[in-house]
Design a protein around this ligand. Sequence first.
Ligand code: M6R
Length: 611
Amino acid sequence: MCGIVGYLGKDDVISVIISGLKRLEYRGYDSCGFSVYDKKGQDLTLKTVGRVAALEKMAESLDFEAVCGIGHSRWATHGLVTEKNAHPHFDCKKEIFLVHNGIIENYKEIKKKLLERGHKFVSDTDTEVLVHLIEEFFKGNLEEAVHRALKYIKGAYAIAVISKKDPGKIVVARKSSPLVFSVEKNRAIVASDPTPILPFSDKVVFLEDDELAVLTPEGFKVFDFEKKQKIREPQVLDWTIEESEKGGFSHFMLKEIFEEPEAVENSIRGRIVLDEGIAKLGGLEMVSDKLSKIDRLILVACGTASYACMVGEYMIEENAEIPVEVDVASEFRYRNPILDKKTAFLAVSQSGETADTLAALREAKRKGLLSLGVVNMVGSSITRETEAGVYNHIGPEIAVAATKSFISQLSILALLTVFLGRQRNMSLSKGQEILGALKKLPDLMRETLKENDEKMKNLAEKYSKYRNFIFLGRKYNYPVALEGALKLKEIAFYIHAEGFPTGEIKHGPIALADENLPFFFIAPKDSVYDKVVSNMEEVRARKAPIIAITTKGNSELEKIADDVIYVPQTIEMLMPILNTIPLHLFAYYMGNILGCDVDKPRNLAKSVTVE
Ligand code: M6R
């Protein structure tokens, strides 16, 4: 997730771009830059590693009267955080400039062809291929060249392109990444969200997928990718700048819960080869041979990420048949794990900076283990210290609560299951079954959000007087119960919540059951459903309120539970992804009702870099 701004008009172009980028910094901020040109066709590009304030400082002493420009605040996906990898990128003649948010999946193939044709590349990014491809097609008309180039691109993008050889316009296009623009009073402005636009205008056009638009100070034209012009009327936005940063949601946490389907899309994009039933994890390619020989895998993480690992344990053992051990990092580092060279170590961390996870990783490396990571933050400590790994590609997660990162970690562990399984005995059809289900998941997640958002809000109201909750789940959904409980105690302070494996209640927790303690049962129609229902009956007999999450179409639980939440059916190992959504919503609404600062819960930090 990066931030894009483009501006064409009479205001101070560089200042407009810089203040726009500042507003977009929440989308990513490891480096930034802008390219502008003036009336005479002279251009200027400025880039820096770090935040927009550093770019602003560099621009202070400039004497350049720009008439048009584009800017970018980067969240690295391909290539390290360096000045040369920062956007904008430009063609060989430095006449076309481009900023991009997204991932170009087939950049390696395109780059190879462009290199053969003599193009010179200066960065390690996927983005740079696109501007060289546009150069290939450029014959004086920028939109024509962009249109032709995009035909070759696979992946996700929001782009803004300018050329001093076809001045007075910004060409923008979108597939899966957001872009919004406004053209009014002789100025055109485009950005990743409306925050840079709102100081100038409240009349905006949200570009849709597979649309390209040409913006000039006088007006705009929108086309589909078949070059057919589309009629798009600007809409009036009554958002404040703050609301706009949050995409109209009241908190980042809620926005990020609603981004969970997109998180799965981004994490699996370009990584599924359905015909062959294989998961293509580029970051593991160089250790693929070593991985085919391991006979044990240790997954280590903290908090929510450790629950993702627990689900991963069930996935990998059941489908790839490799023994898996999950350890909480703060424990792993102080016990004496018996490790041998055929064991691989995998650290899972959104931030890549969690001190305990990092210490555990160092311990595993000291013992000579193959070290891997599943990390969201590109260039973070864990990514630098592991031999190989997989990125989540979900953009920054701003709320302290881990929501979309948990869901993304689950989808990557499912890919890893197929990756490892297909190196062993997993059949083609099993690989295809898992990958096919993963592909369909984002739509089922959207359905789950749509059907349960209001319900979970009402449920949170109904149960807001309770101060203790128990969450129960079995097999794949035991870690989901832990996640539901953690999220509730983290976000809705004053509430105490615990998660247990459903089958364990008769060994202790059932002693707590009475009318003052609600029980959440995660009870999808899966291989352990009947056992879970028996435990539910036991709790019912003690008069405890019951909330059940189950599979759509299974109305049987309405007789036992006080409230039933339905989610669509998918394969058993992916059910945790759907079952978590209502629990995240419940924690959010409960925190909100209780007046908590949901995005910044008390006593907690987003990245725990101390022991
Ligand atoms: O950045 P990490 O994934 O390594 O963080 C791990 C935990 O600190 C984190 O998941 C924490 O439990 C969350 N705040 C839970 O919502």
